[in-house]
Structures are given as structure tokens and as C-alpha cells.
Design a protein around this ligand. Structure first.
Ligand code: ZN
Length: 74
């Protein structure tokens, strides 16, 4: 599953990120609160995963679900 990696901070607040999988850059600049920024980057990254990494994300999710559902024979 791709992760967001912080590239740049201003005043201790992240403003620029990179996708760990494809190295695409994301940035949220301007007068936003930390919460607003977090919300924007989360939405943007989610859209990016849907567009670029959907199959990987699904495969990860399925593997995880399969692991959780494995019966315990002990
Ligand atoms: Zn990516």
C-alpha cells in the first residue's frame, strides 16, 4: 500500500508530500489550518490511490482480509 512521505515542512507543519510508490508529489500550500491541510492531502492521496494504485491497494486489502478470516485450528 502506498504511503505519504513528508517532503517539506513550513513552521513544523507538513506542506509537501510524496507517494512512496510512484514518487508523485503532492502539496497543500496557502492559508490552511493543520486540520484543513490534513483533510485536503488525505482526499488528494485517496484519489491518487484510486486512480494509480487501485489494484495494489485491493490486493493488499484482500490479503489482509484473507489473513483475518483464516480459521484457527489450534
Ligand atoms: Zn502513487
Amino acid at each position: 500500500m502506498p504511503q505519504l512521505i513528508v517532503l517539506e515542512k513550513i513552521d513544523g507543519t507538513p506542506v509537501s508530500w510524496r507517494c512512496s510508490d510512484c514518487r508523485q508529489n503532492f502539496s497543500v500550500r496557502g492559508k490552511f489550518t493543520v486540520q484543513e491541510r490534513q483533510k485536503k492531502i488525505t482526499a488528494e492521496f485517496k484519489a491518487h490511490i484510486e486512480a494509480s494504485h487501485k489494484s495494489e491497494a485491493l490486493a493488499d486489502g484482500m490479503a489482509f482480509a484473507a489473513g483475518v478470516r483464516l480459521p484457527d485450528y489450534r
